[in-house]
Write a protein that binds this ligand. Structure first.
Ligand code: G6P
Length: 612
């Protein structure tokens, strides 16, 4: 997601900032910008790569010993120069960069518009910088106090850095929900989203905590206070990591980093959409099309790869919760088979990248036939997002590992919210059941944290099976798509042949493969038709197959017969795919690492498939 770099001291700021942005490139972004303070504030912004920004400023005067810089991963407003950070206040006295999402920005903006402010971008960030200026002028307070008052009015997540031409020796930073690290040099300060841009200048860092504001003044000790106006003593830590480790946040591979990001990415997918206090679900992006979706006789889901698996979970969810008939189609098949789509039909297109050529073509075809397209994409402003009539972003953040992990769980989260919203409008679930589900959803990120903490169990299992040539994954109901996704993860990155199957279908073919060399992964939580899955496990054991089972905490029945069990917390049946898919991601990861495969960039695969 977005990257922040800032500097104040006695060196030229520009080279430090540009190099810092380059170090943060791995995070993924779509535009970049820089502000340098030297008397007044000069700002330069470009769409695209940091190298383009570098070219853009090549022959310009960027002298100055203080500055802020940013790489933006669009959330509010499409990726373009206008929406790129830094953003100015009305008087041009303040320049601000921001990571995160200000959820109540629309209300704040309305107030500011009434007071004569005009906005040049579509961003929530421009609202924040003007809010700070408005408070500073109208309440006649110092800048750090204006920042504090403004942040108390903000709902959402932020990491910010502010330059002011009225305070040329000071840089102000604050965080809530999005990380910020302060590097302490000789009379100088560095600031960044993670320590990557800082580590070559200093090893002494302070990790800013939520709701803390830092005032960094050149040549002086720095101060930290909370948004509640309490002074804090900074806790200075010494960095132990080297650069290459830091880029991946200490993980060996992006895939593992992304697996571990899931508590946060799932939370981000639900942020501002799920409200357990009012008992409502709202998806701003589809609000204008809710009646159309409700009126549709059926919904067709089109997608490829992992996104298709998320679509399959969506089919179970929409039919079960919202009682709408759903068909899930491979986009590549759909586009060439003259599908029956009529005026007013609803097509949901799911895509992490938003650029998959087959999915895009499927959309265009459905559109020509009169369908309404609802996009579920991760990349803001991507082609599929733009080609859709409406949609909901998954907000998982950039996914770099080719094998999709956090994007999948975010897609399933958004589809669950959509199904719940329809159920709310249709009244297809009892109020008690609806509320139970909302509460369960809210608890999901914490349960995901628990699932991630398997204490080396998936690694141990991987060690045991790393040299096999085949794997079978079986599940029923909501867990059948999980079986497919588990098998896909394994074959993508470890090159072991793996097949996913509905557990009961096993007897119509795959059972012939089972012998003492065949590992079979069962997704067998104590939900739905659990006993029938237990019978399927017995059938595998009777043929000497080796069983790895994903079970609910405290399970005894499966534990007695399976070779290995991985426990996951209890949750509603509808939400089990999110929890159950995580140990399978970890299993595939460890197997691939032990087999010496290139986990993040597996052979022959691409992250974004823009050809058919
Ligand atoms: C590629 C990626 C997969 C992804 C699929 C669909 O094959 O390697 O991880 O699931 O494309 O991509 P999309 O961006 O449309 O979700």
């Amino acid at each position: 997601m977005c990257g922040i770099v800032a500097y104040i001291g006695y060196k030229q700021a520009q080279p430090i900032l540009i190099k810092g942005l380059q170090r943060l490139e791995y995070r993924g972004y779509d535009s970049a910008g820089i502000s340098i303070l030297n008397g007044s504030i000069k700002t330069f912004k470009t769409k695209g790569k940091v190298s383009e920004l570098e070219n853009h400023i090549k022959n310009k005067n960027t002298d100055g010993e203080a500055g802020i810089a940013h790489t933006r991963w669009a959330t509010h407003g499409v990726p373009n120069t206008k929406n790129a950070h830094p953003h100015f206040s009305k008087s041009k006295s303040l320049s601000l960069i921001h990571n995160g999402i200000i959820e109540n920005y629309a209300i704040l903006k309305e107030e500011l518009v009434k007071r004569g402010y005009q906005f040049k971008s579509d961003t929530d960030t421009e609202v924040l910088v003007n809010l700070i200026e408005d408070i500073r002028i109208n309440e006649n307070v110092l800048l750090d106090e204006a920042v504090r008052i403004a942040l108390n009015q903000v709902v959402g997540a932020y990491a910010i850095a502010i330059l002011s031409d009225e305070h040329p020796n000071t840089l102000i930073a604050a965080r809530k929900g999005s990380p910020l690290v302060i590097g302490i040099g000789e009379g100088e300060y560095f600031l960044a989203s993670d320590a990557t841009p800082i580590v070559e200048y200093t090893k002494n860092v302070v990790y800013l905590q939520d709701e803390e504001i830092a005032v960094l003044t050149r040549g002086e000790d720095f101060k930290i206070k909370t948004t509640n106006n309490k002074e804090k003593t900074p806790y200075v830590e010494e960095l132990e990591w080297n650069l290459s480790e830091l880029e991946k946040g200490g993980y060996e591979h992006f895939m593992m980093k992304e697996i571990y990001e899931q508590p946060r990415s799932i939370r981000d997918s639900m942020r501002g959409r799920l409200n357990t206090t009012t008992g409502t679900v709202s998806l701003g992006g589809i609000i204008d099309y809710e009646q159309t979706i409700l009126a549709a006789k059926r919904i067709t889901i089109v997608a490829c790869g992992t996104s298709w698996h998320a679509g399959l979970v969506g089919e179970y969810l929409f039919e079960d919760i919202a009682r709408v008939p759903v068909e899930v189609e491979y986009a590549s098949e759909f586009r060439y088979r003259n599908p029956i789509i009529e005026e007013g039909d609803v097509v949901i297109a799911i895509s992490q990248s938003g650029e998959t050529a087959d999915t895009l073509a499927a959309i265009e075809l459905a559109k020509k036939k009169g369908a309404i397209i609802i996009g579920v994409c991760n990349v803001v402003g991507s082609s599929i997002a733009r080609a859709s009539h409406a949609g909901s972003y998954t907000h998982a953040g950039p996914e770099i590992g080719v094998a999709s992990t956090k994007a999948f769980t975010a897609q399933v989260t958004v589809l669950t919210l959509m199904a719940l919203r329809l159920a709310q409008l249709k009244g297809s679930l009892s109020r008690t059941k609806f509320m139970q589900l909302l509460m369960e959803m809210e608890a999901l990120p914490t349960k995901v944290e628990k699932v991630l903490n398997t204490n080396g169990l998936t690694e141990k299992i991987a060690k045991k099976f790393k040299d096999v040539e085949n794997f079978l994954y079986l599940g029923r109901g909501y867990n059948f798509p999980v079986a497919l996704e588990g098998a896909l993860k394994l074959k993508e990155i470890s090159y072991i042949h793996a097949e996913g199957y509905p557990a009961a279908e096993m007897k119509h073919g795959p059972i012939a493969l089972i012998d003492e060399n065949m590992p079979v992964v069962f997704i067998a939580p104590r939900l739905g038709i659990y006993e029938k899955v237990v019978s399927n496990i017995q059938e595998v054991k009777a043929r000497k197959g080796r069983v790895i089972a994903i079970v609910t905490e405290g399970d005894t029945m499966v534990r007695e017969i399976a070779d290995y069990v991985i426990e996951i917390p209890e949750t509603a049946e509808y939400l089990m795919p999110i929890l159950a898919s995580i140990p399978l991601q970890k299993l595939a990861y460890h197997m691939a690492v032990m087999r010496g495969c290139n986990v993040d960039m597996p052979r022959n695969l691409a992250k974004s498939v823009t050809v058919e």
